[in-house]
Ligand binder design. Structure first.
Ligand code: NAD
Length: 296
């Protein structure tokens, strides 16, 4: 059993830390937000007053933070406080370049490190059924795998430093674009007098089949657990989809790739989030698709 410093006890971090504690690990948490600390205390998670004291006896430092700048801040505090040879595992969704910088900083302090973003959302974090996409050296992955197994069901070693973030960003690029494509198909079907259930019956069993259609169908009543059936309550909030599409755009810009669909998807989600829909499920993008004016 490992001694773990867990930094970032928000919607995802707290249930993940709780599952590690349930599996028998010694977990000490820290979060800058008083509300997150209060929730952690209610959940019975031992807390430290700051990052340095949360990690000072840790063999493992786990981070679940909003953005890349937060990860570098926390690494800056933790690297000087943690015992030698610790393993840093960052589960936040951040850009590949910052993830690689975090790896370099860990290596410069003689620490092991892994980027290990997740999919599965809050439901998966609570149920310990997350998917982990890991990037880093094989030895770091081997060390992390049993811990990740206490929080998730599928753990994939995607390659070297940053490969986990790359996998996450590429996957969510497919997801964002495919949700818009499915929404465009239903919007056009409505105008053509084609019933939504007829389109679903055909496309779900044909070459248009995809996760956005058969799991999170943007039209209510066609798929049992779709957020559309629950007035588009997330699920996966539009603001988080926007964040991931922007990460894809940043990566594409650095790679000198045009990726027109990623760019258009980010623009569409950006306008949608800014017009009061940020907290709705990303499948609610069909509302924007139905009402977009045609330029010609
Ligand atoms: P959240 O905002 O609920 O939690 C993040 C926590 O980090 C907050 O409580 C915040 O106070 C804390 N924090 C920020 N800076 C800190 C610092 N310097 N030191 C200590 N604590 C700090 O976010 P979340 O929903 O838990 O998501 C966390 C990460 O997981 C994000 O990168 C997100 O993109 C990713 N993610 C989220 C979901 C989801 O469904 N929520 C799914 C997959 C991946």
């Amino acid at each position: 059993m490992a001694r773990i410093g867990f930094i970032g006890l928000g919607n995802m971090g707290l249930p993940m830390a709780t599952n590690l504690a349930k599996a028998g690990h010694t977990v000490t948490g820290f979060d800058t937000a008083p509300a997150a600390r209060a929730a952690a205390a209610r959940a019975g998670l031992p807390l430290a007053p700051d990052t340095a004291r949360a990690v000072r006896e840790a063999e493992i430092v786990l981070t679940m933070l909003p953005a890349g700048a937060d990860v570098l801040d926390v690494y800056g505090e933790a690297l000087g406080a943690v015992p030698a040879g610790a393993l840093f595992i960052d589960c936040s969704t951040i850009d590949v370049t910052t993830a690689r910088t975090a790896h370099e900083r860990a290596r410069a302090s003689a620490m092991a490190s892994l980027d290990a973003p997740v999919s599965g959302g809050v439901v998966g974090a609570r149920a310990a059924t997350l998917t982990f996409m890991a990037g880093g050296e094989p030895a770091a992955f081997a060390r992390a795998e049993p811990l990740l197994a206490a929080m998730g069901r599928r753990i994939v070693h995607c390659g070297g430093p940053g490969a986990g973030q790359a996998a996450k960003i590429c996957n969510n690029l497919i997801l964002g674009v495919s949700m818009i494509a499915v929404s465009e198909a239903f919007a056009l079907a409505e105008k053509l007098g084609l019933a939504a259930d007829s389109l679903f019956a055909v496309a779900s069993a044909s070459s248009g089949q995809c996760w956005s259609l058969t799991n999170y169908c943007p039209v209510p009543g066609l798929v049992p657990a779709s957020p559309a059936n629950n007035d588009y309550k997330p699920g996966f909030a539009a603001r988080l989809m926007l964040k991931d599409l922007r990460l894809a755009e940043t990566a594409a810009a650095e790679a000198r790739l045009a990726l027109p669909l990623a760019r258009n998807a980010a623009a569409l989600f950006s306008a949608f989030a800014a017009s009061g829909h940020a907290e709705e499920d990303f499948s609610a993008i069909i509302k924007a698709v139905r009402t977009l004016p045609r330029a010609d």
